[in-house]
Design a protein around this ligand. Sequence first.
Ligand SMILES: *Cc1c(COP(=O)(O)O)cnc(C)c1O
Length: 411
Amino acid sequence: MFRDELEDGPAAANTPRPLPGALTRASPEATLAGMKVPLLDLKIQYRAIEDELRPAVDEVFESQVFIMGPKVAELEAAVAAYSSALYAVGVSSGTDALLVSLMALGVKAGDEVVTTPFTFFSTAGVVSRLGARPVFVDIDPATFNLDPAKLEGALTPRTKAVIPVHLFGQCVDMDPILEVLRRRGIPVIEDAAQSIGAEYKGRRAGSMAEFGIFSFFPSKNLGGFGDGGMVVTSDKALAEKVKTLRVHGETVKYHHMFVGGNFRLDALQAAVLLVKLRHLDVWSKGRQENAAHYDRRFAESGLAAKGLVVPPPAVYKDGGDAHYHIYNQYTLRVKDRDKLQAFLKERGVGNAVYYPVPLHLQDCFKGLGYRRGDFPVSEEAAEAALSLPVYPELTAEQKDYVVASIREFYG
Ligand SMILES: *Cc1c(COP(=O)(O)O)cnc(C)c1O
């Protein structure tokens, strides 16, 4: 996912952009003409913390300990504390965090794992890799997250796990999901790849079920300088199992109790992530402020009232929860999405479609027997969703330019 962010990001960052000071002196027309707003600009964040990052990575160079070791252990303790879980196990990616969690639960050929079709591919891909069958449940139209009311109908005696995804930075409505699954003894893996630090009724994403997983892919809210991920759990036995599976199922040196994999995390990633974790709450707050700015501007624009643009709802905000949504993405539903997308590209406004093809319609899942029409809410979302730049360092001028460009499109 986010490959286009990685392509847009550096390219856009290389294009000269007027400084914020210059913008205030320019005429409004000139401002609009010269503006470029990348979808994500990681260079600004890097410059701001470069002085903290250098000594941290130098320490790893000096130690010559590159895989696992004390830095990874330190990061595990910090992420466990941050996500209110008792144990954390650093792994090679968010995808591997999902895979190893399913392995720890004993998911195998012939089993079924229930999840949403409106997510990044990896959530269901890992299920197939174990020979098990992904079973999809449609999403809630307001939040883009799995619809708890539709879950029970998808469960069978073969259901071995459920993976709800906290998409775009906002938690799924977990209580009704847990209520149904606790009754049947079905374990849950929270896919919190996009939602580290988000909360649901005072509980942190990843801490509400058997397992939670995080991704440190560079464009996630807590992004490394390469791939990385984490499994969190408060079940000691499950934590031990994941630790063993992470190193080929090795219990005693060269003695293998299970077949695992190489799912280890690098010390360099841990060193970078430990520095970044200290800033995460401030960055998440910046994203929330950007989202609030967009919400206000879209309300003023009248586009929302006309149904041309529907800003994302933050459903747990009213409870006064400061972590209600961490906005890994600010995702609109819009009319004429593809035309708007092309228009915004022309105007220098970075944007992306997460996700254009729901998973039940992917070629590789043809064998599952799903058809168009099976999950209408996900299919509608795939046609209407458009994510805007929401990274913390955006200026007010940039945000206003984004909204002005969208207003211009709808005339
Ligand atoms: C990014 C992501 C993953 C996979 O994480 P990687 O670190 O890229 O392997 C899984 N699920 C969701 C919802 C994601 O956004």
